[in-house]
Design a protein around this ligand. Structure first.
Ligand SMILES: Cc1ncc(COP(=O)(O)O)c(C=O)c1O
Length: 363
């Protein structure tokens, strides 16, 4: 019979070495052993994300990281521009709206599903209006659009002094990120997607400018960046962290570096190509159009007579292929197949064999 092929858009499968690391006896989070575990994970994450700034580890999912960022960095009087290419951009925007004095202080620059932000409109808006911050979703997991982060940040920096807050939840470990070089002020990611580790942490990096803002933020206790940063200097977290997540990340990051980041990124691009060619064979399209097709996932734009739920259920039932329906408004119209994290190209080819077999038999 088939083996499980977990191709949802996160959490992603774990390598045996990661599973083994996570099954060790628990340790004190105030011990030297934990401090050295913390230091190693922090060092490797900085190298992966292209930053010299310390990582803030929050025990939450990615949404907690977005919320903590908004609460620590933004002020109620700020004006914020949200670059929205889908459901997760809208999530970031709604979190932000709750912090601002009035909803009108958040302006949405929306793209058509499958498209990236219109850069001419972006420049124009930045020239015409004042914004304190811009929200970007690097890889929009609902549409499979990889936004051109470096280019977008260049435009923002050239036209304004706005802070750039970037959701890199489903892009870290999938594509290169140079946070400091590109001028990203805050970057948020998670272990459970491209980083090949279990859910349980939000990973946030704030540069000096953002840390300065956080230093005067009026914020609750648990997600306070000031406390987290003070503890980070001692390789500690303020409260009990998810120690198991640190152990998983330690090993998964070692696996990424021993494979070599270039190879990791190229493996993801090859997986995208495998999916695109299967879609062509089936006469189907991905929602995202070149050059924005994500190497993390493929969102299939289903024809009107095919609905995502029966397709998803059939793939699970007959092939043990686990995929994700669309998110938000696209739920019925899109089927998402992830190719991020710990996978081999054989896993992706096999997923496409199953998809083609089922589609040809059924539709
Ligand atoms: C781009 C993006 N942002 C944010 C989130 C929310 O993360 P979490 O489910 O870990 O809270 C997700 C989850 O899939 C995502 O893909």
């Amino acid at each position: 019979m088939y083996e499980i092929n977990l191709r949802i858009t996160g959490p992603t499968p774990l390598a045996p070495q990661v599973l083994q690391a996570m099954s060790q006896q628990i340790i004190s989070h105030r011990s030297d052993e934990f401090k050295s575990l913390y230091a190693g994970v922090d060092r490797n994450l900085r190298a992966l994300l292209g930053t010299i700034h310390p990582v803030i580890f929050l025990t939450s999912s990615g949404t907690g990281g977005l919320e903590a960022t908004v609460q620590n960095i933004l002020r109620p009087c700020d004006r914020v521009l949200s670059l929205q290419t889908g459901f997760y951009g809208e999530l970031f925007a709604q979190i932000t709206e709750r912090t601002l004095d009035a909803p009108e202080q958040l302006i949405r620059l929306r793209s058509e599903p499958g498209q990236s932000t219109d850069t001419q409109k972006l420049s124009y808006m930045l020239q015409q209006q004042h914004f304190d911050a811009v929200l970007i979703t690097h890889n929009e997991s609902s549409t499979g659009v990889l936004n051109p982060l470096k280019h977008l940040v260049q435009i923002i920096k050239a036209n304004s002094g706005a802070l750039v807050l970037c959701d890199a939840v489903s892009s870290a470990g999938v594509v290169p990120i140079h946070m400091d070089q590109w001028g990203i002020d805050v970057l948020i990611t998670v272990p459970q997607k491209g980083l090949m580790a279990p859910p349980g942490l939000a990973i946030v990096v704030a540069n000096d400018r953002a840390q300065k803002r956080a230093s005067s933020a009026r914020v609750g206790m648990y997600f306070d960046f000031k406390r987290a940063l003070a503890c980070a200097r001692l390789c500690q977290t303020p409260s009990t962290p998810s120690i198991v997540s640190f152990r998983g990340l330690q090993v998964s990051l070692q696996l990424l570096f021993s494979e070599g980041l270039e190879r990791v990124y190229s493996r993801h691009s090859q997986a995208r190509a495998i999916c695109q060619s299967a879609l062509t064979e089936l006469g189907l399209d991905s929602l995202a159009k070149p050059p924005f097709q994500s190497p993390a996932m493929t969102a299939i734009n289903l024809p009107a007579h095919i609905h995502s739920q029966p397709l998803q259920l059939a793939l699970e039932q007959y092939y043990k292929l686990y995929t994700a329906q669309g998110a938000g408004d696209l739920q019925d119209r899109v089927l998402r197949i992830a190719h991020m994290g710990w996978f081999s190209l054989t896993d992706i080819k096999w997923a496409m064999v199953c998809l083609k077999d089922h589609m040809r038999k059924t539709y």
